[in-house]
Design a protein around this ligand. Structure first.
Ligand SMILES: Cc1cc2nc3c(=O)[nH]c(=O)nc-3n(C[C@H](O)[C@H](O)[C@H](O)COP(=O)(O)OP(=O)(O)OC[C@H]3O[C@@H](n4cnc5c(N)ncnc54)[C@H](O)[C@@H]3O)c2cc1C
Length: 350
């Protein structure tokens, strides 16, 4: 029997950040992860502190960013992998009204650190942007595939990753500890993304998977270096490849890419991109969103069974700070903020 402080279930960004916290505190863990069904791997990887539809700050953007930037930089240094970089993010304007709204927003106290007031003119002949664009300051691009691959490598090298489905029925609660196969742990953290809905310990009905699709295009004449946000993101991947998306397909729970999703993205692209492009790949994932659009942190009944979920559309931005809150809750009994406490839903259903 191997003794560890924590068992983690799920290696997306939630599991990864939690593992980092546990490791940094000198505690031990093992992670079970079943593989491909991860929102983190498919994510476009844009870390953006602004709601670009309405020109408002993301909820607690400055707090999240203050924690996320050094967290990912330090992790990139330790893993010797450049998965994280600062990026120019441009919001395309559709009309003069949007230009004016942007300029006004950039003057706001809560936004001026994030929005440049200038309306910039497009000089790329492969793009149609008659009303120009604005620059989001403090935006980042995170290569999630690279991050997950290098983190997994480290876990493999140290025998802390079991790549298999965690079978909830085999989890035995003993006095003061949990037993799962040949592991004995003091605590367990569930970080399964939308799959938490299969978890018998997660007795709440508040998580809604929101499907999103991307296409990857090859466009050798596009020459775009910055991330563009029009109706969708156009994200440069290098080698003339760009990720375009993601759609929001409400009520579609099938894990398959759809022709409708692909056509929606191609149609939107044709309005902005006027050089030839070819669709070379499609991908799909589910955002773990919560009915009140806030994350889920903490425990429901048993303080040693922890949940870290509900990262919605901005998991990469939020996970570093939230993992710190959950770790402090677990180790030092620091309460998680009420609006993030997973137990807020058990209270309403009681
Ligand atoms: C299309 C799309 C685009 C997005 N773009 C962005 C973006 O640009 N920027 C941003 O910040 N966020 C983005 N997001 C949101 C972000 O991806 C999510 O908030 C975040 O990845 C959720 O992470 P997670 O760790 O909670 O879940 P996941 O990443 O889904 O990880 C859960 C893991 O648990 C494993 N698992 C589940 N059940 C079990 C079990 N029983 N046993 C073992 N393993 C299990 C799964 O296989 C998976 O690996 C996007 C999401 C989608 C779907």
């Amino acid at each position: 029997m191997k003794k560890v402080d924590y068992i983690l279930v799920g290696l997306g960004i939630a599991g990864l950040c939690m593992a980092e916290r546990i490791q940094a505190a000198g505690k031990s863990f093992v992670i079970f992860d079943s593989g491909p069904g991860t929102a983190t791997r498919i994510a476009g990887g844009v870390i953006n502190p602004v709601v670009l539809k309405r020109f408002t700050p993301v909820w607690r953007a400055a707090d999240f960013l203050t924690e996320a930037e050094p967290f990912y930089e330090e992790l990139a240094t330790r893993l010797k992998t450049s998965f994280f970089r600062s990026v120019s993010l441009h919001r395309i304007f559709n009309n003069p009204q949007e230009q004016n709204n942007w300029i006004a927003a950039s003057d706001r106290k809560d936004l001026n650190a994030f929005l440049s007031s200038e309306v910039e003119t497009n000089e790329n002949s492969a793009l149609v942007m008659p009303f120009g664009y604005g620059l989001v300051k403090q935006a980042f691009q995170l290569d999630t595939e690279l991050l997950l691959a290098s983190f997994k490598q480290e876990l493999h090298d140290t025998n802390r990753l079991i790549e298999e489905l965690f079978d909830y029925e085999l989890l035995k609660t003993e006095e003061g500890s949990f037993r799962y196969k040949n592991y004995n742990a003091t605590k367990i953290v569930f970080t399964e993304g939308t799959a938490v809905r299969n978890n018998p310990y997660f007795t709440l009905d508040c998580l809604i998977p929101k499907k999103g699709e991307y296409i990857t295009i090859k466009a050798s004449q596009l020459g775009l270096k910055s991330v563009l946000k029009g109706p969708f993101f156009i994200i440069p991947l290098g080698n003339d490849l760009y990720k375009v998306g993601a759609t929001f397909a409400h009520g579609d729970h099938s894990p398959k890419v759809t022709n409708a999703g692909k056509q929606q993205l191609i149609k939107a692209l044709h309005k902005i991109v006027q050089c030839p492009f070819e669709v070379v790949d499609s991908s799909v994932g589910f955002r773990p969103t919560v009915v009140d659009r806030r994350p889920l942190l903490g425990s429901i009944q048993n303080k040693r069974i922890l949940f870290f979920n509900g990262l919605g559309t901005r998991g990469l931005l939020m996970a570093p700070l939230l993992s710190d809150m959950l770790f402090q809750y677990s180790e030092q009994d620091v309460p998680v903020p009420k609006d993030l406490d997973v137990a807020r839903f058990s209270r309403t259903s009681a």
